[in-house]
Design a protein around this ligand. Structure first.
Ligand code: NAD
Length: 520
């Protein structure tokens, strides 16, 4: 399908008008939005859910929570889809996954604008995120026919080999902060390994995942093998997880929900991959290039308005450069364009919801009451205050934070940086590890030996040296400690999305028998 040009969705576009136009190739205006099951849209049967434009605070689309019955239908369809998908050769599965990449590229601008309007993310970010989804499909297409087991030299007369087999229907639950990117991140390896994923995106941002589902089917993935289930977590998501057809849960979201889901999965003895939150430490030594470290530290916390699991929300600075470094970051933060995500000039968009805004604001106020000082920000930027002007929060740098303050320990999920001081390398490492989380971290220094020492000692699943925030579907990503377990990217995702079967083949002409007598 060729793109109509020009598309709506940039400067001044009204979500209630532009969103239906952007969805039109798949969902004709007036048709109810629902779950994609077996290639058709199935309306929900639960409560009404309202999607709200984050830059205006106004609702623009309503749909219904799928509910347990629709979730059960989705799981049954996935059982059929699994048989259809695995009936194809792995090479054919790879070809079809590759074709999804081309579909995503063909509709990239439409998808980016839809994400910008419905998830409030700056258009400059959503364009990059959509392009990455195409890359994920292409990377995983390559893996589809390269997944195999081992031959094990057992000390008997047997040939013993292993098979890496897909689980079958797998439930994936994703959050609202990078919707299509996270959907692609999970769908691509699940399909490449032969599973039939049932993706439940956040009820707040389901639209781009839904369109991605349509593109997968258009590209030749069997319609039953990919399901996008729309609705709340505690109703629809929970019903899918506990359905008897489900074989695996992959959850990306908050630590509290992750723990609940792990409990629910444990009751049915279903394995889990959990990708949860963080409070990542960004460590700056006195010998660092402070200009680069300051720019990197701003990107680490302020991009995506801080609504990023890997956000570098704790800045740990060597005492000799503490004042200079925090001043550089604060000065830079004050210059980042905050505003309408539809504008190509905007680098920081709004916070996701009024509730999330209140949480960010509350944690900043608590930090100030506990003795921290705001070097910049601290609330809504002038002229962009909630609720009439959307849920914008100014990039904020809090200095003089001590390790026991809530702002140093808990995930804010907003553009708020907590700066702490350290005196030597040991103290920097101890501070970095003084967190229940272990998702990511970084060090800035010109001393390569120190950089590698610190990288080895910080407890985190991802670590950057003189950089921040680069991740790739080619590289394992996930948490240590309360940031979760399991990996759903890189080669390790093959382990997460497959299970091992050991097959024993007797090769002896006259095998020994268990009870010591020879067969007739
Ligand atoms: P959330 O936990 O509130 O929701 C995430 C998803 O879980 C949503 O789809 C929601 O509907 C669903 N859900 C909620 N309760 C459920 C239940 N009982 N059963 C099944 N599903 C349920 O998280 P959020 O507020 O949407 O996202 C923000 C959080 O996600 C932050 O903590 C952030 O750090 C984390 N996150 C982690 C990663 C990562 O890869 N580590 C990536 C992005 C976001």
């Amino acid at each position: 399908m060729a793109e109509a040009d020009p598309l709506p969705g940039l400067d001044g576009a009204r979500s209630e008008e532009a969103v239906p136009t952007l969805l039109a190739p798949w969902i004709p205006p007036g048709q109810t939005v629902g779950s994609l099951i077996g290639g058709t849209l199935v309306p929900g049967r639960g409560d009404e859910i309202e999607l709200v434009d984050r830059s205006t605070g106004k609702p623009f689309l309503r749909y219904r929570d799928a509910g347990p019955e629709v979730a059960a239908d989705a799981m049954t369809a996935a059982e059929t889809g699994f048989r259809e998908w695995t009936a194809l050769s792995p090479s054919e599965r790879g070809r079809r996954l590759w074709a999804v990449g081309a579909k995503v590229r063909a509709h990239a601008e439409r998808l980016a604008r839809l994400e910008t309007l419905s998830a409030g993310k700056p258009i400059r970010d959503t364009r990059v995120e959509v392009a990455k989804v195409a890359e994920m499909m292409e990377y995983w297409a390559g893996w589809a026919d390269k997944i195999h087991g081992d031959v094990i030299p057992v000390p008997t007369t047997h040939l013993n080999y292993t098979r890496r087999e897909p689980y079958g229907p797998v439930v994936q639950i994703t959050p609202w902060n990078v919707p299509i990117f996270t959907g692609g991140w999970q769908l691509a390896p699940a399909l490449a390994t032969g599973n039939a994923p049932v993706l439940k995106p956040s009820e707040l941002t389901p639209l781009t995942s839904l369109v991605l589902g349509f593109l997968l089917v258009e590209a030749g993935i069997p319609a039953n093998a990919v399901t996008i289930l729309l609705g709340y977590g505690h109703t629809t998501g929970a019903a899918a997880i506990s359905h008897k057809a489900n074989r695996l849960v992959v959850f990306v979201g908050s630590p509290a929900t992750g723990a609940r889901i792990a409990e629910q999965a444990a009751r049915n003895v279903i394995p889990c991959v959990l990708e949860l939150g963080g409070k990542s430490a960004n460590i700056v030594f006195e010998d660092a290039d402070l200009r680069l470290a300051s720019l990197g530290s701003q990107a680490a916390i302020f991009s995506a308005a801080g609504q990023s699991c890997v956000a570098g929300s704790r800045l740990l600075v060597h005492r000799p450069v503490y004042e200079r470094m925090t001043a550089l970051v604060a000065e830079g933060a004050g210059r980042i364009p905050v505003g309408d995500p539809r504008s190509e000039a905007t680098q920081i968009g709004p916070i996701a919801t009024a509730r999330q805004f209140a949480q960010v604001d509350g944690m900043v106020q608590a930090g100030l009451s506990a003795g921290a000082t705001a070097l910049t920000g601290g609330g809504a930027p002038e002229g962009l205050s909630a609720p009439d002007g959307g849920f914008f929060f100014a990039p904020t740098v809090l200095s003089g934070v001590s390790p026991t303050m809530e702002i140093a320990q808990e995930e804010v999920f907003g553009p708020v940086l907590a700066a702490l001081v350290f005196d030597d390398e040991d103290e920097a490492i101890a501070l970095a590890n003084d967190s229940r989380f272990g998702l990511a971290g970084a060090v800035w220094t010109r001393d390569p030996a120190r950089a590698h020492r610190v990288a080895a000692q910080v407890e985190a699943g991802t670590f950057w040296i003189n950089g921040y925030k680069t991740i790739s579907t080619m590289s394992p990503f996930g948490g240590f400690k309360a940031s979760g377990y399991g990996r759903s990217s890189g080669k390790e995702a093959i382990e997460a999305y497959t299970r091992t079967k050991s097959v024993w083949v007797e090769t002896a002409a006259n095998p020994a028998t268990p009870f010591g007598y020879a067969p007739d």
